[in-house]
Write a protein that binds this ligand. Sequence first.
Ligand SMILES: NC(=O)c1ccc[n+]([C@@H]2O[C@H](COP(=O)([O-])OP(=O)(O)OC[C@H]3O[C@@H](n4cnc5c(N)ncnc54)[C@H](OP(=O)(O)O)[C@@H]3O)[C@@H](O)[C@H]2O)c1
Length: 390
Amino acid sequence: MDALASSPLGWLCAGVSTLAGVIMLCTAQRSPQDKAKVLLWSLLSALLGLLCVAPLGAGGGLGAFVAVCLVCSVCLADRELLPVGDRAVFITGSDTGIGHALAKYLDSLGFVVFAGVLNKDGPGAEELRRTCSQRLCVLQLDITNATQVKEAYLKVSEKVQNAGLWGVVNNAGILGFPADGELLPMSIYRHCMEVNFFGAVEVSKTFLPLLRKSQGRLVNISSMAGGIPLPMYAAYGASKAALSMFSGVMRQELSKWGIKVAAIHPSGFRTGIQGTSEQWDKQEKELLENLPADTRQTYGEEYFLGLRKYLLDMPSHCAPDLSPVLDAVLHALLARRPQGLYTPGKGAYIPFCIFCYFPLWFYDFFISKMLSAGPVPRKLRTSRDEGRNL
Ligand SMILES: NC(=O)c1ccc[n+]([C@@H]2O[C@H](COP(=O)([O-])OP(=O)(O)OC[C@H]3O[C@@H](n4cnc5c(N)ncnc54)[C@H](OP(=O)(O)O)[C@@H]3O)[C@@H](O)[C@H]2O)c1
């Protein structure tokens, strides 16, 4: 340690490497995986710099510092983004929410954006036409309608010609009705699968020839609920899990064509997907109509009122700033080595890590503590629960 103390150059190396690590850590905002990687490398570089000074003196410290910096720069090269140039990207579900914000964001960065909308005469489509550049092209597209998917493909192919299409973002999606899986009518399971899974698969399959030409990117907006089991999301979560699995398999299969595939698992962001009171009323009516009388009795009227409160409270638990999702999609589109999975949203990776690396009983316990206690069915209610449902 004498050598360490008497070697200002060694101290300088260790100090500079620590500083470099801290700066990289502060600027790595794209994903938790990035942050963890930078944190690890900066700690390692500082430690190595320090350790090497003692036995190797200042020269050794400097050597260790340079070596670790080289490794760091290789590992962090995937944070470098390709130039936007004249890259064209096709986005589904651009009427509102994330898709709408993404269309505007990518347009502002200079992309040629093809914005698929469920209603080409609706306010979302109008706003895109009004506020975006001339490059942006709005296309009518219900992703569950095979004819519309084909028409959108033909229009995009005709417009991009030899320049090719760089990216497809499967964003369109529906939440269905968040409620106990036992209560959900089959129509909600089917509708979620139809839009969130089959729609995205059909769009991907149709547009793949264009992505093959450009060796471009397929980005699927799945959900946190597609990566981990969450109560109330049996229909939505299952359809998103199917989409995430599709993404994973496509990532493996399409790598031979040079196409990179990423799944995005956002946590809660405030958009139109959290629904309105009228929408929930309509869905709840359908749910109650389809429920066998004894199940309805078992859960009780108060339970359904509690569910309604949960749904109306949902937006208050969601982040209003969509930029973490937009950044994740941009990284998936332009990073030289994009991640296969992004988890934008505050702490979104924590439940995912617990689900992957801890016993299931612990994960279930963690989730039950993390989520606010929902309503209690009539048959399970104790005097302590009275009043909690409302
Ligand atoms: N917001 C979140 O917290 C969150 C979290 C995880 C994942 N996601 C996912 O992020 C994606 C975007 O959701 P969002 O939050 O931005 O919600 P959103 O505002 O409701 O956006 C979804 C968009 O998809 C459109 N759409 C619905 N069915 C369609 C269909 N059959 N064909 C084409 N477009 C259709 C909707 O059109 P209409 O508005 O006309 O219905 C809407 O514009 C979804 O896949 C969602 O599952 C969102």
